[in-house]
Write a protein that binds this ligand. Structure first.
Ligand code: PLP
Length: 468
């Protein structure tokens, strides 16, 4: 089969997939049955294009449809044609985002997008880079803070300097990973309790900093979260930022999930004073609908990337004879994927106004879902503060173990392919966490989700009754 026929075949398969409107989010099979169905242990004939199309069809048939309107599980979802086109063309022109020489168009687009996003944040004299994700950005923030706090850290490491960082108990686990990777150890990361607003308690933050100093440690980093992973709340950036500055600490904002609220009309309500932070992570692959990955790490002042990340003999790759400084000199990795073309195409297509409507809509859909929970006597709203998520559970006097019941219902829904939603624990309570990041989800989809959930829960309840 020649290339042109193969392209045609491939696009026919894609067209068919996109044209389908299946009821189910996935065709679930348990791992063993899935492996058998895919026949992964059988030898494959080399050089057989037909075989590849059958592999692709199997892949599509059994993969989760993350663009489905009942896929409400992770913080990323949905399908967008401009993004898809960007991915295809990026793969077609495979390049690495380290030098202008190999990625002239992509790098200029990236520079333009970074400038645009820095303006939106309010980091008007700052700099930014696209990384492998929010986890990576959180680590970079902590790394810059570490090197700022420890003299000559680049060469000597932390050489026993007793650094302590602070995040809320609801912060993303990537901060623990960062503390580990950066040689600080997870004991050096204090988890500040949240208060009645489900956000970091600034009074307890101050106390924890005071205690750390009293114990002879050096507070160096505060990470606030704008859009917590489970409850979907926003730490008070104004107050926490002031505490960080008073104590000469680096103030980072993890906006991996909620950074996109910068584009919404609720920006001032949830992200006031963000422009005073030292750094920010903002995942465009979450609420902005990019395919994984597409994540900005930005700092308020220039020079930190150069100070912390520029290292080693790179003369074989960076010839620096173009006036655009090769960004690869300042990133953590060497080769770097082109995550920008898809973003650029979607940005051109949707525009700032389009994004404002989209993010506003996500928040009003969450408010709609919350109201449905509150109105249903069988459902309990476990956290009242979520802006970007609804955490709830099903209750009934006949259920002896509410945690197990809710986890089972969620699993049944998933295996049936009816709706795909996540669960987590808030303290001891297992909650269903509903989130929305798919631009094509609307109120009827939220209604359908609750109908599906209710149906599955009632079926489970009937089982319990018939067993007892
Ligand atoms: C608040 C928060 N920070 C960071 C991350 C990590 O982001 P990524 O998956 O891009 O590494 C997540 C992921 O969900 C998150 O919710």
């Amino acid at each position: 089969m020649n290339q042109s026929d193969a392209v045609e075949r491939l696009f026919l398969i894609i067209q068919k997939y996109l044209g389908e409107n299946p009821d189910k989010v996935l065709n679930y099979l348990p791992p063993k049955a899935m492996a058998e169905t895919l026949g992964l242990d059988a030898p494959r004939p080399a050089g057989d294009m037909e075989q590849l199309f059958s592999e692709i069809e199997n892949y599509l048939q059994y993969s989760v449809r993350t663009g489905h309107s009942q896929y409400l599980n992770q913080l990323w979802s949905g399908f967008s044609m401009p993004v898809f086109m960007g991915e295809v063309i990026s793969a077609l022109c495979n390049t690495s985002m380290y030098t202008y020489e190999v990625a002239p168009v992509a790098l200029l687009i990236e520079r333009k997008m970074i400038a645009e996003l820095l303006q939106i944040i309010g980091f008007t004299a700052g700099e930014g880079q696209f990384t492998t994700g929010g986890s990576n950005g959180n680590m970079l923030a902590m790394m810059i803070a570490r090197n700022r706090a420890v003299e000559d850290c680049k060469k000597r490491g932390i050489h026993g300097v007793p650094l302590v960082g602070f995040v809320s108990e609801d912060a993303h686990y990537s901060f623990d990973k960062a503390a580990n990777i950066l040689g600080l150890g997870t004991n050096s990361l204090v988890k500040v309790p949240i208060d009645h607003t489900s956000t970091m308690n600034p009074v307890l933050l101050e106390k924890a900093i005071f205690d750390a100093k009293a114990a002879g440690n050096i507070p160096f980093f505060v990470g606030a979260t704008a859009g917590t992973t489970i409850r979907g709340t926003f730490d008070d950036l104004t107050t926490i930022g002031a505490v960080a500055r008073q104590n000469d600490m680096w103030f980072h904002v993890d906006g991996a999930w909620g950074g996109s609220v910068l584009l919404s009309s609720a920006r001032d309500q949830h992200l006031a004073a963000i422009e005073e932070a030292d750094s920010l992570v903002w995942d465009a692959h979450k609420m902005m609908g990019m395919t994984l990955m597409c994540s900005l790490f930005a700092v308020r002042e220039k020079g930190h990337f150069d100070d912390v990340l520029k290292l080693g003999d790179t003369s074989y790759i960076f010839h620096e004879d173009d006036d655009l400084v090769d960004p690869g000199l300042l990133s953590l990795q060497c080769g770097r994927r082109n995550d920008i073309l898809k973003f650029w195409l979607e940005w051109c297509y949707t525009g700032k106004e389009g994004y404002q409507k989209r993010i506003d809509n996500f928040m009003s859909l969450i408010a709609y879902a919350r109201a449905k929970v509150v109105a249903d006597p069988k459902l309990e709203l476990v956290d009242e503060n979520g802006i970007l998520s609804v955490c709830f559970r099903y209750t009934d006097d006949q259920i002896s173990d509410l945690n197990a019941f809710n986890i089972d219902v969620r699993r049944d829904l998933y295996e049936a392919g009816a709706s795909f939603v996540n669960y987590s624990y808030l303290g001891e309570i297992a909650v269903i966490r509903l989130v929305i990041s798919n631009k094509n989800v609307g109120k009827p989809d939220i209604d359908r989700f609750f109908e599906n959930f209710d149906k599955q829960a009632r079926a489970k309840l009937l089982d319990i009754r018939s067993d007892s």
